[in-house]
Design a protein around this ligand. Structure first.
Ligand SMILES: C[S@@+](CC[C@H](N)C(=O)[O-])C[C@H]1O[C@@H](n2cnc3c(N)ncnc32)[C@H](O)[C@@H]1O
Length: 196
């Protein structure tokens, strides 16, 4: 069992089916159809949001929460779930939208660097990366034993620049715990990115 399977077994959950705020923040900018990659899809809330709108979605996570059994049958042809780490995923499609919602705080800086490298290689020229993360707080490590890294915003923005991405929208908030099985105040960022 990997650390995330243990966390979910021990009660970790994202307790909402609403899409991530970074998606709502970007929704007027996004192409109205196309292909989405949802990295670290969890319970599939963002995957299902995009499939409901007619996008094709590749969804990956290191835990299989079997969310496809809950979704309407007509959405099944639109969704392709694979249990894998984003660090092993081959990124051999081209995507209009890549979602990294509440994922990067669980990756080391080197892993994040590699993820950006892989992601931009499969992002279409006019595509968007939708990134959200929490930059403070350790409750998830203490409660569920998951490794959490508090990446300062300047470090993430340096990587953004290094990988020839530009920030379209950046919103700072304080909202960890609204939809999670643990409560904690933390600084969070919703960041909409495009290729330079
Ligand atoms: C806080 S949850 C967020 C889930 C979902 N993105 C959301 O916003 O509801 C983090 C998810 O990232 C997944 N995850 C962690 N490390 C991963 C990795 N290296 N590759 C793929 N998924 C990973 C975990 O299994 C977990 O489902």
């Amino acid at each position: 069992m990997n650390e995330w399977e243990k966390a979910y077994t021990n009660g970790f959950l994202v307790n909402t089916n609403k899409p991530s705020e970074v998606i709502l923040l970007a929704q007027d900018l996004l192409p109205k159809s196309g292909k989405v990659l949802d990295i670290g899809c969890g319970n599939g809330r963002n995957t299902i949001y995009f499939a409901n709108k007619g996008y094709f979605v590749d969804a990956i996570d290191i835990v299989d929460l079997d969310f496809l059994k809950e979704i309407p049958k007509e959405l099944l042809p639109l969704v392709n779930y694979k249990k894998t780490s984003c660090l092993d995923y081959s990124f051999d499609s081209r995507y209009d939208i890549i979602v990294m919602a509440r994922l990067i705080q669980y990756l080391t800086v080197d892993e994040l660097d590699l993820l950006f490298k892989k992601a931009i290689s499969s992002l279409k020229k006019e595509g968007y990366i939708l990134l959200s993360y929490s930059a403070t707080g350790k409750a998830i490590s203490e409660k569920y034993g998951v490794n959490k890294y508090n990446h300062p915003l300047p470090l993430v923005l340096d990587l953004v620049e290094k990988h020839n991405l530009k920030v379209i929208t950046l919103k700072e908030g304080n909202k960890v715990g609204i939809h999670l099985s643990y409560k904690e105040d933390a600084i969070t960022y919703d960041i909409v990115l495009k290729l330079l």
